[in-house]
Structure formats: C-alpha cells, structure tokens
Design a protein around this ligand. Structure first.
Ligand SMILES: *[C@@H]1O[C@H](CO)[C@@H](O)[C@H](O)[C@H]1NC(C)=O
Ligand SMILES: *[C@@H]1O[C@H](CO)[C@@H](O)[C@H](O)[C@H]1NC(C)=O
Ligand SMILES: *[C@@H]1O[C@H](CO)[C@@H](O)[C@H](O)[C@H]1NC(C)=O
Ligand SMILES: CC(=O)N[C@H]1CO[C@H](CO)[C@@H](O)[C@@H]1O
Length: 482
C-alpha cells in the first residue's frame, strides 16, 4: 500500500517534470517554397507538447489539419485584408467562414482572431493606420453577434515600437505610446478592455541588438548583465524592460491591468552576425525556465501567455527587415530540430521531436561546374539564382559566409535547383553548373536537399483524381458500347 503510494507520487512528479511550460504556444508561419504537410506539422506540435498555436491566416488546409486537435488557435487576418474588414458585412462573413464554421465537436478551438500583423510598424509609413481599428471593432462585434464573444477575442499583434520610453529617461516606468499614434492606441486599448480582450505584443531582444551597435550584448539575454535601476527595480534583461515599458504605457492611459499576450518572441539562427545557434540556445535557455516558473516581469509577476517565434524556417519570407528573417525556426524547413532545447524549461538539454516521415527529393545537388571556361557571366548567374532562391546564409556573419568564390556559386545554384524541385533545366546557368550526387556541404555550411512539398503532393492528388475521372468515363463508355 505504502509502496504503491510512493510509486504514484514518483509517477506524478515525473509527469509534471516532463510537461511543457504552462500553456506555451508557438507561431506557425507558412511563407515557404516547400511546406511540410499540415498534418505532419500538427503531429510535430503534439509530439513536442504544444497546445497553443498562432497562425498568420486561416488557411483551410491548416484549419483542416488542426480540426479535432483540441489546440487553442489564434487565426489571423493579414494586413492587406484589413481594408476589406472595414465593412461590417465582410467582417461577419469572415467570422462565419473562419470561426463559426469550425465551432463544432471535432472542429477547431479558435481562441483569438489576430487582426493584422504589426500594422503600425514605422516602416509601413502609416499605410494601415486608418483601417486597423475599424477592422478590430467589426471582427469583435461580429464575434459578439454570433454568440462567440465570450470565448473568442479579437486582438492586434503589435510590434514593440508602438511604445517607448524617452531617450532622456530610458526606464520602463517612463513608457508611453508612440506620439504619432497615441490617440489611436488609446482608442484601441479602451476597446480591448471593454471586450475583455488582451493586448498582444511581439518582443525581440535580438532586434534591440541588431538595430544598435552600442547595445550591451548581455542585456539581450537572461544570464546576467549590468542592471538598469528604475524606481528601485533592477532590470537585467531587455525582455523584462520592454514588457514593463508597455505595462507603464498602458498604466499612463488608465489601463495598467489590461491582460498582455506575447505574440512572438525568439531568436534567429542565421543571416546575421548575432543570429546563430549558440545565441539562440543561450536565449531560449534563459527564456524557457522563466516561462516555466511563471516568473513574469517585475511589474507583472506570474503567468504570461507566450508564443515562440517560430516553429519552422520560411525561405520565402521578405528579407526587407534583414537576412535573418528566414531563419527564426526552432526547426529547420524540413522539421528537423536545430539544437537541444528543453521546452519544459527544466534545462534538460533534450532534443526537440522532429517531424515524422518527411519525404525528401533525391540525394542530388547542383554545383559550380569546375570545367566551365567562360566565367564572365558567373556574377549575373549567381544574382539570378539568389533573386529566386534563398541565399541569405551567404551573407556576412552567416553560416556559409566563409565559402570561396566557387563555393558561393555552388551554394546559389543549389538553392535555385532545390527550389525548382531539382528540375535538370534549373541546373544550367549557361553551362556554369552541373548536377552532382556527392555531398558538397562544407563545415557549418549546409547545402540542403529540399523536401517533397505538400503543394506538389496536392497536385499529384489532383492529377490522380483526374485520372480516376477518366477511368470512370472509360468504364462507362465500355459498358455503353457492349
Ligand atoms: C516608406 O517610405 C520610405 C521613405 O519615403 C520608402 O523608402 C519606403 O519604401 C516606404 N515603405 C513602404 C512600405 O511604403
Ligand atoms: C487616414 O485618415 C486621415 C484623416 O482622414 C487622412 O488624412 C490620411 O490621409 C489617411 N491615411 C491613409 C494612409 O489613408
Ligand atoms: C561570397 O558571397 C558573399 C555574399 O554575396 C560575399 O560577401 C563574399 O565576398 C563572396 N565570397 C567570394 C570569395 O566571392
Ligand atoms: C464545440 C464547440 O466548440 N462549441 C462552442 C461553440 O461556441 C460556443 C459559444 O457560443 C461555445 O460555448 C461552445 O463551446
């Protein structure tokens, strides 16, 4: 009896230890030339213990894969659709199609609708300033009218540059919303509060470091930096300081207790001198135990709903903000983990669980042809390849930056070849390239083989349907002429 009790206690302790930090979520972006099948991604989320996922759209194939998973899902309306949502009728249709239609047993547990994505970024030159708030109102009102308002909340994932503290007094307690949008932000916050909806913010210590050469590197991480003292509070990392700047900005307009969700937080692994596996490991190794222990921040102790950015690398993301944009995944494009990372926050150095049954293209690469004579068009051909494929790993400070000129050419040609599903025609480059079956990766620089993308699978599924139709017609014809 006594022994059985202890076994039970031990069992419970092991179960608790193995659990993911309470309610940890993750972003699932799909801006990739070759996507893993949505079902495989959902399985990977399950295998790694995630139960909350944030999307950047409400794509039907993604939603179908999530159906019945029980995950809490944040669906999203991309910025370019915000203007459409300024019509209440359109907002109602959107809610019906993307939320209501999944509200059944075995459907999708939609918890939030993200209205736009960082629409007030200064680099967007106010393009979305007039259309975002009306879209938020229409979507939440449509949810309320459908009787879903208590369980589904509309929110706007905002970039952290919607607030700041003045440079003369750069402490969190001096936080206010950005002057050019302070009136708009106040209206939005009032509306969120009225609907018991959260404020969603994306916080990137990496970007603090990226944007500022003088930024103290250790302050981007969680393992000890010279503290900044603010009203007797010691801040030793920019994550806390940034979050509390928002808390202060909210307090300044009378909403100091509005719930806050972290919509994105993470560290990229390539495409910049500070974007590498070592720094990403250091960052997550500091972040995850804090999330697991519900430390919160000095001004908001306790649980903070948080979505890591991101699940998988996306090779077709815009690199306008920087080459690192295609390397945010904790998994590579093919669902393989990049480094040991204990999601339960127990610092156990466990590897993440990879995607199952990934289908790759054959073991073939495209490389610079060493017998090529006329090299006068080499530069132009590399530029061409890199316009249509991802060459960000060649950039300064990146994993393939040490290649020689021929290596650069091979890398670019291979990326183009893989994006084009190893079509032999895509390894021509005016006689400068040739296909090889020898592994040509060098050191840390990986020359990838693409996966069989779920888009081409969908195509072959379509063609087999067409084939089936032909077969049925043929049989019918045979029967008729008998
Ligand atoms: C914003 O304005 C700047 C400067 O005028 C311009 O370079 C940039 O392309 C604009 N961005 C967008 C998204 O319109
Ligand atoms: C937004 O609305 C204001 C006031 O009506 C107007 O002056 C401004 O041009 C609009 N901005 C955009 C980008 O449409
Ligand atoms: C290889 O390409 C990168 C990125 O374009 C460039 O910085 C580097 O100088 C190139 N290396 C050689 C040896 O040409
Ligand atoms: C099965 C299911 O998800 N049902 C939900 C549909 O929406 C209502 C709110 O109107 C929820 O209470 C149900 O749980």
């Amino acid at each position: 009896m006594g022994l059985a009790k202890w076994v039970l206690v031990l069992f419970l302790v092991i179960c608790l230890l193995g659990r993911l930090a309470e309610g940890l979520g993750i972003n699932w972006g799909t801006m990739a030339t070759h996507k893993l099948p949505p079902k495989a991604v959902v399985q990977m989320l399950k295998d790694n213990g995630f139960q909350k996922v944030k999307l950047f759209d409400a794509d039907a194939s993604t939603m179908a894969a999530l159906a019945g998973s029980g995950f809490e899902v944040m669906v999203a309306i991309p910025n370019i659709q915000l203007v459409d949502m300024n019509s209440y009728g359109n907002a109602k249709d959107w809610v019906k199609k993307n939320v209501q239609n999944y509200n059944f047993t075995g459907g999708v547990n939609v918890k939030y609708v993200a209205v736009g994505n960082e629409p007030f970024l200064s680099s967007y030159n106010n393009t979305f300033n007039n259309v975002t708030f009306p879209a938020l109102q229409n979507i939440q009102n449509a949810l309320n009218a459908a009787g879903l308002g208590d369980s589904v909340k509309a929110t706007i994932p905002l970039n952290a540059d919607v607030y700041s503290s003045p440079s003369s007094n750069a402490v969190p307690s001096a936080g206010t919303f950005r002057t050019d949008i302070s009136g708009l932000m106040t209206e939005i916050v009032e509306f969120l509060a009225k609907n018991n909806a959260p404020f969603t913010v994306n916080i990137y210590p990496f970007l603090s470091l990226y944007g500022n050469k003088d930024f103290p590197v250790n302050y981007a991480f969680f393992d000890g930096a010279a503290p900044i003292i603010d009203n007797g509070i010691q801040y030793t990392n920019v994550f806390d300081a940034n979050f509390d700047t928002l808390v202060s900005a909210l307090k300044a307009i009378g909403y100091g207790n509005l719930p806050i969700i972290i919509g994105e937080v993470g560290w990229p692994t390539d495409g910049d001198i500070n974007a590498n596996v070592g720094n990403a490991y250091r960052f997550y190794n500091g972040l995850l135990p804090r999330l697991a222990a519900n430390v919160g921040t000095p001004l908001r102790p306790g649980y903070i709903e948080t979505y890591l950015f991101s699940l998988i690398d996306e090779d077709a993301k815009s690199i306008a903000p920087g080459s690192f944009e295609r390397h945010w995944g904790i998994f590579r494009f093919d669902g393989q983990p990049k480094f040991a990372m204990d999601l339960s926050g127990q610092q156990q150095n466990k590897l993440l669980v990879p995607a199952r049954d990934v289908e790759y293209l054959p073991q073939r690469w495209c490389m610079f042809n060493p017998n090529a004579r006329d090299l006068s068009k080499l530069g132009a051909n590399i530029d061409f390849a890199c316009t249509y494929a991802d060459c960000t790993s060649l950039e300064y400070g990146s994993s393939c930056n040490g290649l020689d000129a021929n290596g650069n050419a091979s890398y670019a040609f291979n990326m183009y070849f893989q994006v084009h599903n190893q079509d032999p025609v895509s390894c021509g480059f005016q006689g400068l390239a040739t296909v090889t079956t020898q592994i040509i990766s060098q050191g840390n620089c990986n020359f990838p083989i693409q996966i069989v993308s779920s888009a081409s699978e969908a195509l072959s599924c379509k063609s087999s349907l067409i084939f089936l139709q032909f077969a049925v017609l043929a049989v019918a014809a045979l029967l008729l002429y008998r």
